[in-house]
Design a protein around this ligand. Structure first.
Ligand SMILES: Nc1ncnc2c1ncn2[C@@H]1O[C@H](COP(=O)(O)OP(=O)(O)OP(=O)(O)O)[C@@H](O)[C@H]1O
Ligand SMILES: *[C@@H]1O[C@H](CO)[C@@H](O)[C@H](O)[C@H]1NC(C)=O
Ligand SMILES: *[C@@H]1O[C@H](CO)[C@@H](O)[C@H](O)[C@H]1NC(C)=O
Ligand SMILES: *[C@@H]1O[C@H](CO)[C@@H](O)[C@H](O)[C@H]1NC(C)=O
Ligand SMILES: *[C@@H]1O[C@H](CO)[C@@H](O)[C@H](O)[C@H]1NC(C)=O
Ligand SMILES: *[C@@H]1O[C@H](CO)[C@@H](O)[C@H](O)[C@H]1NC(C)=O
Ligand SMILES: [Mg+2]
Length: 668
């Protein structure tokens, strides 16, 4: 029985010591599924790191070993030897600015709701700092120099009893085993570190040892103090924990591993098996990330930006204006991009000439290799644009061998482009008025051009489905194709400019010298005004002179007056272009000159129609017998009969006031 009793007692004792030994040692190699109690901003990351401060400023974080430990064998007994080992790392968000730090501690409670953030390590506050009833022992890792707490620097380790003011301090570092030299260690240098805290019951000696992560425990501790923890720790159980605190500047405190032993050394941890710190990879990898990645990213962003800018600029460069109503003109619509490339970007090299509506460029369409002349005009308002384009395109549909073919158009912001077939021999005015022009047109060529233009104009006036008024007949709008046929260009263009405007306030469209008197008065274009300009054109071609000339004194006078005067004196053929050198068909020359005078008759109703003009030129009908005196007498008669009718202005009066009127109306 006694035997049985004693063995039972032994068994119970064994059980008790086994139970006791259960909480006299622990080891955490990473914290995944650990049973730690966390509070404040402390968390365990997915990677198994204990993150004591999640990056939020002015917050504390605590991690407690969940069960209280019996540091005394029995209540009132001495605090036993113990040993603690922590693998940790501290990171500052702003490397040049220090925040407060972290601590290992032993305390009677897990309730630190009254502790303040910042310099008290989340364990104490201003009031209870130094209070012996707190029963707190701690080892601080301090990265901020608080002068009022007698801190030595902003990178130190201290042994503290119930207070944020340390019993013993040292700049953080370690003593080398070889030679014992001191090596300092920057706590917030983003490097892993090891901390050992050892207490010996017999000698009441506290050793704090520090080392970088990649080396063994130095034999000489960083700090050594003699302090009887039996006078400090609670008479009953205590909790052990790790705390962090952050002030206004947030810092990160990571713990990778933690072990504890009572009356025995803390179990060692295999550093290579600990969770990796967020910033610790292989050296090469981090170099790659730190240098190559930002450069690559920057390059990528830069090239993307460049690409976007290029695309946008390209879009802008070739941007066009397109409206719904244009859909039906699809085939006549050219893309700006094509025109831009065709004309070499509208370079001056490709400039053919400049008129009142804009510049004309020569181009070759990229797809079809067709030679074109592109007229670039600016238009400010959209008003009337639809009517204009509609008309231009519908006119453009007409094809006649004496009209310059209009191939299409393009619209863009405030510009309108008209695309014509290129006329290799240019405009007639160059042959008539350029002194140095090698090729002078002979009479036969001139007469052919005149007949051609008359045919073209007749077509516009009478042969097409509706009456088209040219409005700007003159030598520069007569172009010569490859076979030296005269072709009328720019028909209908003037409409854009006098569309729906008040004739009294706006300037006339047309060219000085070609404007019929009634056009000047009423601003209304009609087939008669075209015939008037055609008459001027006949005189211009046969005399080789501009409709408005300057005499020796610089006074302007009119070609019509000059021709009429010569006719009066019986010297009509003297007015012919001297460059013909007398080589002309006298009948044809007389016909053209007289017809020119008849067409430019001041009375619209006295001018022939284009049908009649054609018959005279073809010789089918003889020109009505006209005499200069008769013409003049007609004028006088007209003046007499219509003197009270202000709507008709007699010829002589027109002739004298012509210059001033056309000067006022600003021919271009
Ligand atoms: N289809 C074309 N083929 C070849 N050259 C052309 C063509 N169209 C125009 N040109 C040239 O461009 C020049 C300028 O033409 P533009 O029509 O702009 O001026 P303009 O005829 O002098 O005056 P307006 O504005 O009254 O028509 C012309 O003189 C002519 O030499
Ligand atoms: C940090 O922890 C605190 C307290 O749990 C929480 O309110 C805060 O949102 C956390 N911040 C981040 C960035 O996770
Ligand atoms: C923590 O302590 C404070 C007083 O310091 C108390 O008010 C609070 O109830 C305690 N919290 C817990 C969970 O015990
Ligand atoms: C660390 O030690 C070196 C010399 O070993 C010294 O120059 C340096 O100032 C020290 N750094 C700190 C922060 O104490
Ligand atoms: C403290 O360090 C000293 C010097 O290395 C050593 O002699 C002593 O045993 C250590 N004490 C403890 C508790 O580790
Ligand atoms: C522990 O209790 C004893 C008496 O039971 C008392 O004398 C002593 O002061 C207590 N120590 C602490 C630290 O509270
Ligand atoms: Mg022109």
């Amino acid at each position: 029985m006694a035997m049985k009793h004693s063995s039972l007692l032994q068994y119970l004792l064994l059980l008790l010591t086994t139970l006791a030994s259960c909480d006299d040692q622990f080891l955490f190699s990473g914290f995944t599924q650990s049973s730690l109690n966390l509070d404040g901003c402390a968390i365990v990351t997915n990677g198994g790191l204990l993150d004591l401060s999640n990056g939020t400023a002015m917050l504390n974080g605590h991690a407690f070993y969940p069960t209280p430990l019996h540091f005394r064998k029995s209540p009132g007994g001495n605090v036993q030897s113990f040993s603690v080992y922590v693998v940790l790392s501290m990171i500052l968000t702003y490397p040049d600015l220090s925040a407060d730090g972290m601590a290992f501690f032993i305390a009677p409670t897990k309730n630190f709701s009254d502790a303040s953030a910042g310099k008290y390590f989340g364990l104490l506050n201003e009031k209870n700092n130094g209070d012996p009833s707190k029963h707190i022992f701690m080892v601080e890792l301090d990265i901020y120099k608080n002068a009022e707490l007698k801190d030595i620097d902003d990178n130190h380790v201290g042994i503290n009893i119930n207070s944020a003011i340390s019993e013993k301090y040292s700049t953080c570092g370690f003593y080398e085993d070889d030679g014992g030299a001191f090596r300092n260690f920057t706590l917030n240098g983003n490097k892993g570190a090891q901390l050992w805290v050892d207490y010996d019951e017999g000698t009441t000696q506290i050793n704090v040892t520090f080392a970088p992560i990649n080396m063994g425990k130095p034999s000489r501790p960083l700090l050594s103090a003699t302090y009887d923890l039996s006078t400090v720790l609670s008479n009953s159980t205590s909790y052990i924990g790790l705390s962090s605190t952050a002030s206004a500047i947030n810092s990160r405190q990571y713990v990778m591993g933690w072990s504890f032993g009572m009356n025995k050394p803390a179990p060692t941890l295999d550093v290579s098996k600990l969770p990796k710190l967020p910033f610790l990879g292989s050296k090469a990898h981090s170099k790659l990330l730190e240098i190559v990645l930002p450069i690559a990213t920057a390059t990528l962003i830069l090239s993307l930006c460049t690409l976007v800018i290029l695309v946008v600029r390209r879009r802008m460069k070739y941007a066009e204006v397109r409206e719904d109503w244009e859909a039906e003109f699809g085939p006549h619509r050219f893309s700006y991009k094509d025109l831009f490339h065709a004309t070499g970007g509208f370079k001056n090299k490709h400039l053919l000439g400049e008129g009142g509506f804009g510049k004309v460029y020569k181009g070759v369409m990229p797809s079809s290799n067709v030679e074109v002349a592109v007229k670039r005009m600016s238009h400010e308002s959209r008003q009337g644009m639809k009517e204009f384009v509609t008309e231009i395109v519908s006119i453009g549909r007409l094809r006649h061998r004496n009209l310059v073919p209009l191939l299409g158009y393009c619209r863009r912001k405030s510009e309108l482009f008209l695309v014509y077939s290129y006329m290799p021999n240019g405009s007639l005015d160059k042959y008539l008025h350029c002194e140095e022009h090698k090729a002078i047109l002979n009479w036969a060529q001139r007469f052919r051009v005149i007949k051609g233009i008359a045919t073209g104009l007749l077509y516009l006036h009478e042969k097409w489905e509706k009456i088209v008024i040219h409005r700007d007949i003159k030598a520069s709008n007569v172009l010569l194709d490859g076979e030296m046929n005269g072709r009328l260009g720019d028909f209908g263009l003037a409409r854009l400019y006098d569309h729906g405007t008040d004739p009294q306030t706006t300037h006339m469209v047309g060219t000085k010298g070609y404007l019929a008197p009634e056009l000047l008065r009423t601003g209304k274009a009609s087939p008669h005004t075209d015939v008037f300009a055609f008459g001027m054109f006949l005189l211009e071609v046969s005399c080789g002179q501009m409709p408005v000339k300057k005499n020796a004194e610089g006074h302007e006078f009119f070609l019509v007056d000059w021709v009429l005067e010569h006719w009066n004196n019986g010297l009509l053929t003297r007015t012919l272009d001297s460059r013909l050198q007398g080589d002309y068909n006298i009948d044809e020359a007389n016909l053209v000159l007289k017809l020119g005078l008849l067409c430019s008759h001041p009375l619209p109703s006295s001018r022939p129609r284009m049908r009649e003009v054609m018959q005279y030129l073809d010789g089918d009908t003889p020109l009505p017998e006209l005499r200069p005196t008769q013409l003049s007498m007609n004028m006088v008669a007209m003046m007499k009969t219509n003197v009270l009718d202000s709507s008709v202005v007699p010829y002589p009066q027109i002739l004298t006031s012509f210059g001033t009127i056309s000067g006022l109306s600003g021919g271009r």
